[in-house]
Design a protein around this ligand. Sequence first.
Ligand SMILES: [Zn+2]
Length: 239
Amino acid sequence: MGNINQNITEYLERRTRLLARPDATPPLQLFGPVMLPLAAPKGTIQTQWYVWQSSLGDVGNPVSMSPCGPALVIGDLHRKNSLPLVRMHIVCVTGDVFHSERCDCGVQLNRAIRQTVQHGIGVLLYLGDQEGRGIGLYHKAMAYALQQEFGLDSLDANLALRQPADARSYRDAAVVLRFLCDRPIILLTNNPLKPESLEAEGISIRSVRPLWASITPHNRAYLNTKVQRFGHTPEEGIM
Ligand SMILES: [Zn+2]
């Protein structure tokens, strides 16, 4: 048993890396890869799953200080003849898990994975601790209620709750991305702040590709707000 325990500890240490952050906060602990097959319409997609967190624990018994953000790697990120397609997806329990039509997150998540598989190489970074543009799930539910009851848009609803309009941070995800593939990327996004924020974190962006979701009667107002008040690239059919 002693030998197995020793082997397990050594194995976990080999698979764990400490990634320094640009400031003096504790380093990120990155574990992986773990093989993670995904169900897809044309068969199984093989991905390599990494997980990261800020931690003060040892590798076999990590003490989480912040929720984990997974990264899914598709293909060989160092393949010479094409650049990796990268999507930074913010967790959205209602959209990603329940397929809510109030927003476009679930559709964007699925399309991002599909497009990356078609492209051949890329990374999906899932920012698991920034629900509701960073205000958290509890405040997001309140913001939805204010939109329903008082006709506020998603930005004013956040402000009415004394929450920031957009509290997202891409800093840790950028640290992980630089470790996984330190080369220029193609970024999947409609949000002009994302390439700006990532470039400020040292990511080289060769080009930006929009990622459309379908417009429905339930998400039209939400998508309009993204375009008109957050400066997102407009999709056809959105003002
Ligand atoms: Zn959403």
